[in-house]
Design a protein around this ligand. Structure first.
Ligand SMILES: NC(=O)c1ccc[n+]([C@@H]2O[C@H](COP(=O)([O-])OP(=O)(O)OC[C@H]3O[C@@H](n4cnc5c(N)ncnc54)[C@H](O)[C@@H]3O)[C@@H](O)[C@H]2O)c1
Length: 255
């Protein structure tokens, strides 16, 4: 199934083999796309290079999304190597672990600023940088979670950041629609990754989710990746500004 044959993309957010970004990378490359992967700092470079060794002609670039110069360098290099882009995967989030436990009301100003900068503003920055390369239009996909819509214990400031991220999806979609650049988010059910394990009570949330979801199971990361593949493909060419829940139906339940 070569849904993305001849297409090129960039994926922000691979840390290790459990990362949602890595599952998406596998889905889009299996569908024929060529990708650039970015890694956050030297600590993660080895992981990402090892994973990327299984891909055909990947481009591997450093990028700390808090640094505009890193983002500019990524797109300059992609411009040189790929000439154009068709999709951008943004699968990046961070908050201090001390702000993902206890009460939201205690969130310090700096922790709030940091979480919103890395987890929400970065979507605006990486989308803006990509526009000049999304010459034939394209698809931007980001990752969100239900904690944006509901108060999920322990999710705290990340819930506020995800609300800002989802609103940014709509504003970006409104700005860029005329250029046929689509911007959407996937609201995934809990997946056991590095970032998820930073949330206090995650394993309890994971187990309770399975019991409460209509489908009585947790979401499989490749189901999330499959939705990202769909959103990057021409099958989704009429969809923008949308938040698609991939959560075995969990969000529809009252309790
Ligand atoms: N795991 C879940 O249950 C779940 C559910 C819904 C949404 N999400 C979202 O999916 C996305 C990916 O998370 P994941 O669960 O795959 O965990 P992960 O830890 O594998 O990925 C998070 C990524 O963010 C990157 N990152 C953090 N700060 C950065 C910075 N300053 N510059 C560049 N990159 C930075 C990390 O390097 C890492 O690659 C996040 O937005 C997360 O909120 C996760």
């Amino acid at each position: 199934m070569d849904l993305l044959a001849g297409k090129t993309g960039v994926v922000f957010g691979v840390a290790n083999k459990r990362s949602i970004a890595w599952a998406i990378t596998r889905a889009v490359t299996d569908a024929g796309a060529r990708v650039a992967l970015t890694y956050q700092g030297e600590r993660l470079e080895k992981n990402v290079r090892e994973l990327a060794a299984t891909l055909k002609d990947p481009l591997i670039l450093p990028c700390d999304v808090t640094k505009d110069e890193d983002i500019d360098a990524v797109y300059d290099e992609i411009g040189r190597q790929f000439d154009k882009l068709d999709f951008v995967i943004h699968s990046v989030a961070f908050a201090n672990s001390s702000d993902l436990e206890g009460k939201f009301v205690d969130t310090p100003r700096e922790g709030f600023r940091l979480a919103l900068d890395i987890s929400a503003y970065s979507l605006v920055a990486v989308t803006r940088g990509a526009v000049r390369l999304l010459k034939d239009g394209g698809s931007v996909v980001t990752m969100t979670y239900l904690g944006s819509e509901r108060a999920v214990p322990g999710y705290n400031v990340m819930g506020v950041a995800k609300a800002a991220l989802e609103s940014s999806v709509r504003y970006l979609a409104a700005d860029l629609g005329e250029q046929q650049i689509r911007v959407n988010a996937i609201s995934a059910g809990p997946v056991n990754t590095l970032a998820a394990r930073g949330i206090s009570g995650f394993m309890k949330m994971y187990a309770e989710f399975r019991d409460a979801a209509p489908m009585k199971r947790n979401v499989d990361v490749m189901e999330v990746a499959g939705t990202a593949l769909f959103l990057c493909s021409d099958h989704a060419r009429g969809i923008t500004g949308e938040i698609i829940h991939v959560d075995c139906g969990y969000h529809i339940m009252g309790f």
